[in-house]
Design a protein around this ligand. Sequence first.
Ligand SMILES: [Fe+2]
Ligand SMILES: [Fe+2]
Length: 278
Amino acid sequence: MNATAEVLTTPHIEVRKMDFSFDQIDTMDWYRGNPILTAFMAVLSGTFPPGEQMFIESVRHYKDRVTDPQLMEDVKDFTRQEAHHTMQHLLANRKLEELGWKAQTIEKRVAKAIKLLNAKRSKRERLAATVCLEHITAIVAEYVLKHPQQLEGMHPSIKYMMVWHAIEEIEHKSVAFDVYMTTGGQRKTLLRIMRAIAVLFPTLTIARTIYLLWAARRMPSWAQTKEAWSMLFGEVGMFTCIKEPFKDFYRDDFHPEDHDNRELIEKWKAEIEAWKAT
Ligand SMILES: [Fe+2]
Ligand SMILES: [Fe+2]
């Protein structure tokens, strides 16, 4: 096993059973009253169920080749966490659809795109795509937890679902990577696939946000457009802040645990436990 194939210590992966209720969301623009921000979050929520199913399946193909006992356990917990995220997002998406956001259409379109891609790509490439997307998910999760002001003005049930999801994405962020590397995956394949995903993922997410706004016949005001631009592309906007941690992926010795977020998730775990108790 070479240095890059070592299984580094990961934070404990805890599978939390959550049961968010989205029934009380009674306003269409539940994120700051801003349709662009709400549509953007609805797109992410619609993307998660088919995306996470792909992650689970791509890791499962290799689980019998994993020999490290801790990693074997981590694969099981990764699967349970992702399956539970899917369940909660499916419920959220049903509510979003009721409100007029076509989150279930996004689910279907993403599922179709994944099916088409799977037919053309090898199992190794599918696992590599999962590794890349798990890196993006983890750095977005880190961003969300480091910038709690971005969660202000979001309906609490969605806010805490995103916080819970972010904590667990950070907890299991190295599992797909470790499975990939310890079963003979090549970094050059990861880099090739990441170059495509780095263009496709933000482009499709923005295009789908525009589609959701069009389908809901929502025309944002100039002030709402400026607010959304600032929160996504401004000085402390999401796309701006994830650039640096994103680039680390291209380092020859990169490992997801190089970004140590243990303290960050400890802080938020207490908050999510308090939310669970309410
Ligand atoms: Fe997830
Ligand atoms: Fe994940």
